[in-house]
Design a protein around this ligand. Structure first.
Ligand code: ADP
Ligand code: MG
Length: 290
């Protein structure tokens, strides 16, 4: 039979918007030593705003309408920003054969033209030359290529969540190590890392690189079987790392279905501070059970 304390813990969690998918995770979460977090949507709001548009060889209007048509097929936070920027004034051009390349961006046919919209990795993948200075700006830059040529860029910015830095402090006070992983470019990732105060941060990661990083961090804990790793993420790309973590945590009402399904713990609000709350509930439950 399951000790009463576990029901108390699961109930306490649900009142805080924290869903433990079994009493075993109330226990495991108390053994977490390293907390690995995704950046976009977990420590940052995931609400990007277009700050600047630069064009090369085409008009701003043309660049925007080709990009918007392509991004209308994506639910990535970057796509949401570009759609919001363009507004609803003009009908969308038809976009066909749109392919989302994880960690890179989009490729498709818009008004009969091949359009790419994504990061430096995407343009390099298709051998399209661009100004390398764009990679040094501490903002997310969506580069656009039309018919195989660089056509311009949209600079977009996200913001840290209000409780991100405080959460990291709390986790440190609990003696935990904090790591941030992101597919966003390294300059953006380092700037956010500094603001929120995580111990380690790695950017420019493809989904498979995130898996490798989590394996490395798990390996570093393997000498002590009582030291576990938690991963917290929200995106569709996060499902593999959520599965790999000892305690996989999905975050936010906007989290992808795959990630929520794979997770051991679901935080139903978008507050990272609930990570610390979840650990505290685990610890309190343990004191009742043991
Ligand atoms: P994160 O790890 O920060 O959640 P992702 O792996 O989801 O990041 O995406 C990594 C990068 O790929 C983004 O920062 C962006 O530059 C690019 N990207 C992804 N999806 C899109 C898209 N729909 N349009 C343009 N760029 C995109
Ligand atoms: Mg993400």
């Amino acid at each position: 039979s399951i000790p009463l304390g576990y029901f108390g813990g699961i109930g306490a969690g649900s009142r805080q918007g924290i869903l433990f998918k079994g009493s075993v995770f109330l226990d495991l979460i108390t053994q977490v030593k390293t907390v690995v977090m995704d950046k976009t949507g977990t420590l940052t709001q995931g609400v990007f705003k277009v700050q600047d548009v630069q064009t090369s060889g085409i008009s701003e209007h043309e660049l925007t309408r080709l990009t918007v048509a392509l991004e209308s097929k994506s639910t990535h936070p970057v796509a949401t920003a570009i759609l919001a920027y363009a507004g609803t004034g003009e009908p969308l051009l038809p976009a066909e054969n749109v392919e989302e390349i994880p960690g890179h961006g989009l490729k498709g046919t818009v008004g009969g033209k091949t359009v790419l919209a994504g990061n430096a990795k995407l343009l390099r993948k298709f051998n399209i030359p661009f100004d390398e200075n764009l990679t040094t700006i501490p903002f997310t830059v969506v580069m656009v290529a039309v018919e195989g040529r660089f056509a311009g860029s949209l600079t977009i910015a996200d913001q840290e969540k209000d409780d991100a830095a405080e959460t990291v402090k709390q986790l440190h006070r609990m003696g935990l190590k904090t790591v941030m992983l992101s597919g966003d470019k390294a300059t953006v990732v380092q700037a956010v890392a500094q603001n929120v105060g995580v111990d380690e941060a790695v950017g420019d990661l493809l989904p498979e690189d995130k898996v490798r990083e989590v394996e490395r961090l798990k390996q570093a804990l393997s000498a002590n079987p009582k030291q576990k790793l938690a991963f917290v993420g929200d995106g569709v790309n996060d499902a593999p790392v959520v599965a790999l973590a000892d305690v996989g945590i999905a975050m936010g009402g906007l989290g992808s279905d795959a990630t929520i399904e794979t997770a051991d713990v679901v935080i139903q609000t978008d507050q990272p501070s609930k990570i610390a709350t979840a650990i505290k509930i685990g610890k309190a439950t343990r004191q009742i059970v043991w």
